[in-house]
Design a protein around this ligand. Structure first.
Ligand code: CP
Ligand code: NVA
Length: 309
């Protein structure tokens, strides 16, 4: 599978086989690292990380992941480069293309990343935009595969805001054959190209893609319940109002009782305990949730090792 030079902006740009290949590769790399073998696949390669929003997992998993592969990384925070403000995105893309071998961007508008790749001559990875969070979902699929030893035929129910994580889950699950249900309050459901893409796949693959307002119905038979914060980065002013609107969408022990007996609960983190998830449920599934966080690093190493030329 040759993915050299490709950008990693949305999962919609990849085929099922490419996603499955990256997951297998991530498992292999993870096994190597766990047994103390650090293969310098990216020796002398340099990754630049651009952050217009805060991060713990994304920054650390990319930086340490790059080091584990023998490469280097440097982080540029918003106050340092002011993406799109201090100079144009096009100029930033061309300047960084002269220094680095790959760029990761976390920002607000997805179109800014699209503009960046038009001018960059090196691969670009989306580390989260308002629209989607593809690296997170690669880590999630890796975690699901490790836990259930399969992907196809499972059911994942996402309960909460129809946000960037929900959008990427729709696409990622549909691509690999996981039935996906999303339960959000009215007006907060995912819409648009990500949902349409997943529905299109469902037409031919036989999986189910459902949008349901009632969380109890949505989690019926779910093997995985997934949630994320109710107010994403950039929506801080709505946080208080959203707490009321999303109250019935909390992942708690009662909601989990409607799911399959083998259910696991997942969260991309950071979590707001007693809001989208109770403390008890988070702790019950802490092994899975913190493995998800760790798997960011292994999934992203597979992506970087595949696309960096
Ligand atoms: N899940 C995730 O992307 O975490 P950070 O915002 O800390 O990077
Ligand atoms: N939906 C969240 C995800 C954080 C990893 C946000 O965009 O803030």
């Amino acid at each position: 599978m040759n993915l050299k030079g490709r950008d990693f902006l949305t999962l919609m740009d990849f085929t099922k086989d490419e996603i499955l290949y990256l997951l297998d590769f991530a498992q292999e790399i993870k096994k190597d690292v766990k047994s103390g073998h650090f293969l310098p696949i990216l020796k002398n390669k340099n990754l630049a990380l651009i952050f217009s929003k805060p991060s713990l997992r994304t920054r650390v998993s990319f930086e340490i992941g790059m080091r584990q592969l023998g490469g280097n990384s440097l982080t540029l925070k918003q106050d340092e480069i002011n993406l799109g403000i201090r100079e144009s995105i096009a100029d930033t893309a061309r300047v960084l293309s002269g220094y680095a071998d790959c760029v990761m961007i976390r920002t607000f508008a997805h179109k800014d990343v699209e503009e960046f790749v038009q001018y960059a001559t090196i691969p670009t990875i989306n580390g989260l935009t308002d629209d989607c969070h593809p690296c997170q979902i690669m880590a999630d699929l890796l975690t699901i595969k490790e836990h259930f030893s399969k992907l196809e035929g499972l059911k994942l129910t996402y309960v909460g805001d129809g946000n960037n994580v929900a959008n990427s889950l729709l696409v990622g699950c549909a691509l690999v054959g996981i039935n996906v249900a999303i339960s959000s309050p009215k007006g907060y459901e995912p819409t648009g190209r990500f949902l349409n893409f997943a529905k299109e796949i469902a037409k031919t693959s036989g999986i189910k893609v459902e949008i349901l307002n009632e969380p109890e119905l949505a989690v019926d038979g779910a093997n995985i319940i997934y949630t994320d914060v109710w107010a994403s980065m950039g929506q801080e002013s709505e946080a208080q109002a959203r707490k009321e609107i999303f109250k019935p969408y909390q992942i708690n022990a009662q909601l989990c009782s409607f799911a399959s007996k083998d259910v696991i609960v997942m969260h991309c983190l950071p979590a707001h305990r007693e809001e989208e998830i109770t403390h008890d449920v988070l702790e019950k599934y802490a092994d899975v949730i913190f493995r998800q966080a760790e798997n960011r690093m292994h999934a992203q190493k597979a992506i970087m090792a595949s696309i960096i030329g």
